[in-house]
Design a protein around this ligand. Structure first.
Ligand SMILES: Cc1ncc(COP(=O)(O)O)c(C=O)c1O
Length: 383
């Protein structure tokens, strides 16, 4: 007989020990009503109109049972069509429940106990958490703050070991908004060539760029790549849960097993409506959103400099900027001061120790809200 006390005790499995609600959520949950939200990475724009209209039509007119596990073939064909340099077909693409599930599928498929996965420092906090669930160790590679969080080949190369199974490549980046140049990606490819290490390329922000050219993908230079993407950010579809995973056929076959048992398939309404992205209206609405974020970025970086006298990374993509507050106080003291003055920001440390002394400011807020937010920040700092 097991003693009853032992039976009552909830046993936390090893892979969940030490894991908790993300730092960003904790800060967000303590915000006062009426706060300006520079915290979450969630577009404030409405979901693109063409997607909303198509969803309504589909709900009223089309069958809405399960799709195949991998998702609608015509949708997968469109997505694979975005990667003409890869020797793959629609069979090597899975529609996932947001890109987060694509990351989960990729790492569950690639990793086992004893493997290491290289993760940028700083980066999206879900990577180490998913590595944990996949029994893999996270090994961080620095994107040095003194280089404006840009890529550094030495920092990258020096953490590769014979246990490295995969490396997360993130461009444009959450939290820094920096993109990896073609040269950076070619360098990464050169370092990885012949190692057998997989690149997991998180391209969820790829269409939100402010440079002349669309950011390149590591998959153009390195074959052993699994690409993670989706429509959450560029089409303001976070709640629709539309993502994908594609790449190396042998890996994708196993990823489909993970995905199938986990979710069966992504929402059929979402999948059918998402086809509207590959239309003239879809691409136009995406370009409009890109322009809106670009103009907000310019305003935000200017106001941080002129009104707060602080330095911010001028992002090349995504909708985040990193502000250096190291000279004016401790991160959490400043975050809390801003919270008291009804502005939500996120401390850099939550993304990795490289970002200590910085705050991540997201510009998923209107230009009026950006002006008001900066005004409140200025008051909070008694400038
Ligand atoms: C870098 C990065 N990857 C993936 C995701 C997941 O997005 P979704 O699951 O909505 O596609 C996010 C969300 O914030 C992100 O910042």
């Amino acid at each position: 007989m097991i003693p009853s006390e032992k039976q009552d005790e909830f046993r936390v499995p090893k892979r969940l020990q030490g894991m908790q609600k993300s730092n960003i959520r904790q800060i967000f949950d303590s915000a006062l009503p009426g706060s300006i939200n520079f915290g979450l990475g969630q577009p404030d724009l409405r979901t693109a109109e063409c997607i909303r209209n198509e969803a309504i039509r589909v709900i009223n007119e089309e069958p809405l049972g399960y799709t195949s596990h991998a998702g609608l073939p015509q949708l997968r064909e469109k997505i694979v069509g975005e990667y003409p340099h890869l020797d793959i077909t629609a069979d090597d693409c899975i529609i996932t429940v947001g890109s987060n599930e694509a990351l989960f599928c990729a790492l569950m498929t690639l990793c086992e106990e004893g493997d290491e996965v290289m993760v940028p420092n700083p980066a999206f906090p879900a990577y180490p958490a998913i590595n944990n669930l996949a029994d893999a160790e996270t090994v961080l590679y620095r994107l040095p703050k003194e280089k404006g969080f840009g890529f550094d080949a030495n920092e990258f190369e020096k953490v590769i070991t014979d246990k490295t199974r995969a490396v997360i490549v993130l461009s444009p980046s959450n939290p820094t908004g920096r993109t990896l140049s073609k040269e950076d990606l070619q360098t990464i490819a050169k370092i990885l060539e012949g190692t057998g290490i997989y690149a997991v390329s998180d391209e969820i922000y790829r269409e939100l760029y402010f440079t002349d050219e669309r950011p390149a993908s590591i998959s153009e230079f390195y074959e052993k790549t699994l690409v993670v993407g989706g429509l959450s950010k560029n089409m303001s579809m976070t709640g629709w849960r539309m993502g994908w995973l594609l790449g190396v056929p042998e890996a994708m076959k196993k990823a489909l097993v993970v995905h199938g048992y986990n979710t069966v398939c992504a929402s059929t309404i979402t999948q059918k409506a998402s086809l509207a992205y590959w239309t003239e209206d879809g691409k136009r609405e995406e370009a409009e959103a890109r322009e809106i974020y670009k103009s907000r970025r310019d305003l935000l970086v200017k106001l941080i400099d002129e009104e707060l006298g602080l330095k911010a990374v001028s992002p090349e993509g995504a909708f985040y900027s990193m502000v250096d507050i190291s000279e004016i106080g401790e991160e959490m003291d400043i975050v809390n001061k801003f919270l008291e003055n009804r502005v939500i920001t996120v401390n850099g440390l939550g993304f990795g120790d490289e970002a200590k002394g910085f705050l991540r400011i997201s510009f998923c807020a209107s230009e009026d809200d950006i002006r008001e937010g900066i005004k409140r920040m200025k008051q909070a700092l008694s400038i």
